[in-house]
Design a protein around this ligand. Sequence first.
Ligand code: DER
Length: 233
Amino acid sequence: TSLEAAKRLAAYQAVNQHIKSGYIVGIGSGSTVIYAVERLAQRVATEKVVVSCVPTSFQARQLLVQNQLTLTDLDVTPNLDVCIDGADEVDSNLDLIKGGGGCLLQEKIVASCARKLIIIADYTKNSSQLGEQYKKGIPIEVAPMAYFPIKTRLEAKYQGQFMLRMAVNKAGPVVTHNGNFILDWTNFDQTLEWKNVNQELALIPGVVETGLFIQMAQEAYFGMPNGSVKVQK
Ligand code: DER
């Protein structure tokens, strides 16, 4: 099974299992959620399922518009029944690294407003410890004016490097939807207690959000190489 096929299998099963008519649904960002929106649109068309969706990025919003799904937002519907999103890595405690796509702030906000966060991914995201397979680092969204003092302070406190994420098709750093920069924390100690670390990071003036989603997800669906779907709860 190709990676894309694995993503599709996980996404389809998660949407089949967790979406009911009348639901308010948070829609994550990245390449795997594309298949979840595809399946959701099929279910709306064939089963007359009625849902409204809260996007977590421009990308997610475009996806929903392209699939003629009804949009809503947290002003109108602050209590979501379920949020379906991808992840860069999932460990054995269902803790996540997210933010590879730079949408971590809105993703965490929307996920925090949902009764359930369901993760969909291919098997390459299925690790026992964070950092085992995913090597691009833990994203940390920071206020632009503070990125350098934060980088300096964190490199003094923790093992690893905190690299300013540079844009590819635009000169300069990546600027998030919320006008912030991202530091990617690479080569970190994989045995750290992530709940504590996440709290320490969040308290630093200028840190807006981290890509550590600790004890937020209820289930993770992994598309496997043999075409099966592994569900971690
Ligand atoms: O950036 C994000 O948090 C995305 O959800 C990412 O973690 C998953 O993206 P993918 O589905 O393209 O791997």
